[in-house]
Design a protein around this ligand. Structure first.
Ligand code: ASP
Length: 332
């Protein structure tokens, strides 16, 4: 089920748009113990895949790869590609909402079990930025390619040029132009980045993250999603983490790296995600006008997530089955 539909069908509809007024009654939740979602267990679950939000088709694709003995890197790439190609997903790949000039600019990254990584930022006219990021990782001595250079590289690698605006996003953009408010609109409806983490049958971990970024962002803006350590980080000895939400805040704390390091120090994925959000909130005391969601997995396949405002969920798929998990939040 798509995130938007999820909100419609749940009592969380009322917090669909996070604005200062709508959140005026929010209270800080300090019950850390009660916020533990994933049970601590010594049992190792593998293979397993998780992704931010309720992207059922994406996790199903990744699970298909993993359950046939495929590796975690292929699983996360092929998993997030489903959302990149889905024109009805207006926050990732084709059909993503454009920037203030009407251009769809995509950010993505990928990281494997050996710490190899690749990333593209501000990439236009290519449906699958995650695959271009993988090519950067595998075919160049570099990690990040940006803008026109990334696009040129993609064509050289055989990717085709495609208009990423759809009829729907073009219409919405025309509407937005009527007011074209300069400030970044911050709500949980316009940032549904997919970050995916997988462990394969060998116990190896990989991750991928891909987004069209904040809708109507300032031209040239790049968020956390393609930044290794911010929107995504994997350490095969420890686990992986990924983020969604207002990227600027995730970058300021190098969020995903922080969460993996907290797990290295002994925290569970759940505890590490909670600490990650709390670090962000410490730098933003009293601020309620933004959403962040963190998702983490450790080497045992134990998972956890935490967010600033209610509404963030993550999808998990393993031999135990698949489900969409509601996570606890800093504000209730
Ligand atoms: N993190 C993304 C960004 O800041 C937005 C999102 O999660 O949707 O670009």
């Amino acid at each position: 089920m798509k995130r938007r539909k999820f909100l419609k069908n749940s009592s969380l509809t009322t917090v669909g748009i996070v604005s200062a007024s709508a959140l005026a009654s929010c209270k800080t939740e300090n019950k850390t113990e009660e916020n533990t979602l994933a049970p601590t267990s010594s049992e190792t679950i593998k293979p397993i895949v998780v992704c931010t939000w309720n992207f059922h088709n994406a996790t199903s694709k990744a699970w298909e790869v993993l359950s046939k003995g495929g590796n975690a890197l292929d699983a996360v790439e092929q998993g997030v590609m489903v959302e990149e190609a889905d024109e009805t997903n207006e926050t990732v790949g084709k059909g993503g909402r454009p920037d203030r000039d009407g251009n769809v600019t995509l950010d993505a990254c990928i990281m494997d079990k050996d710490g190899n990584c690749g990333s593209v930022v501000y990439l236009q006219n290519i449906v699958h930025p995650v695959s271009v990021a993988r090519k950067v990782m595998e075919e160049t001595p570099h990690i990040i390619l940006a803008g026109k250079g990334a696009e040129k590289f993609a064509y050289e690698q055989g990717f085709e040029k495609e208009d990423l605006l759809t009829e729907s996003t073009r219409k919405q953009y025309q509407e937005w132009l009527k007011t074209s408010k300069y400030e970044t609109t911050i709500n949980i409806e316009n940032h549904d980045t997919i970050g995916m983490l997988a462990i394969d049958a060998n116990g190896d971990i990989s991750g991928a993250c891909t987004t069209s970024g904040m809708a109507y962002k300032v031209v040239g803006r790049v968020g956390d999603s393609p930044i290794i350590g911010a929107g995504l980080y994997v350490d095969n000895e420890v686990g992986g983490a990924t983020a969604t939400g207002v990227g600027e805040e995730v970058i300021r704390t190098v969020g995903s790296f922080l969460i993996v390091e907290l797990m290295r120090q002994g925290k569970s994925p759940q505890e590490a995600c909670e600490e990650g959000v709390k670090r962000i909130m410490k730098k933003n005391e009293g601020r309620e006008d933004f959403q962040i969601g963190f998702l983490a997995i450790n080497k045992n396949g134990e998972t956890g997530g935490y967010c600033v405002h209610p509404g963030f969920t993550y999808r998990e798929y393993s031999e135990k089955g698949h489900e969409n998990r509601q996570v606890k939040s800093f504000y209730s």
